[in-house]
Design a protein. Sequence first.
Length: 232
Amino acid sequence: MVSPQLTLHYVFDPLCGWCYAAAPLIEAAAALPTVQLVLHPGGMMAGANRQSVSPALRDYVIPHDQRIAELTGQPFGAAYFDGLLCDSSAVFDSTPPTLAILAAEQLAGLGRAMLARLQSAHYAAGERIAEGTVLLQHATALGLDSVGFSAAMTELAGDVEAHYRATQQLMKQHGLRGFPSLLLEREGRFQVLDIGPFLGQPAAFAQALSAFAMLTPAAVAPSAAFCTPETC
C-alpha cells in the first residue's frame, strides 16, 4: 500500500453550492493513494447565519446553481428548484449536516461519503438536510448504527463551534477567502490550490495532483503556482 505523500485540506460547507461544484474534484483526489483528505467545516450558514427559505434566497442561489450546472454537469433536481427553494417552512442550517459529517467520520471514517450523500440529497432530491430524521436515514444508508450515530451527533454538538473556529483560523492563516478552499500540505509546507480551472475536469485535477506528488520536496516552493491545465 502506498503511503500518502500529500494532505489535502478541504474547507467546505454542506450548503455551499460551489462546494457541490467541486465535489467531483474532491472524489477524484480522495481516490489517489498518495493523497489524504482532511475535512474542515466552516459553518457558512450556522447560528445567526441560518436562513429560512425566502424569495430573496431563491433569487440569490438560482443563478449560481445554473452556472454550476453549466460548468460541471452536476445534477440539480426539480424537487430542489421547484420544491425546496419554494418552501418557506424549510430552513438552511449548516450545523446539523455538519454534525452528521463529523459523526460519520468519527464512527467509521465516512465523513466524505456523508458529505457527498447530503449534497446530492439537497441539490438533486430537494431534501431538508437540516432535519434529524433525514440525516438518520442517510446514516443508516451508509451502514451506520442509528443509536451510535445519534449519540455521536449529540456529543459533537458541544464541539462544533470549536470546529468552526479552527477552520476560520486555518483560513485566516493561509489567506483562504471562502468556500470551497483547498490547501495542499507536504512535509510541513502549505500551498493554496486554485480549483477554478479544474471545475468540471476531475480527471485533469487528479492527474495534476499525481504529478505534484512525484516532485521532490525541494522542488516544491511554498509560494509556487499550482498546476493549471496549461502548465505546471
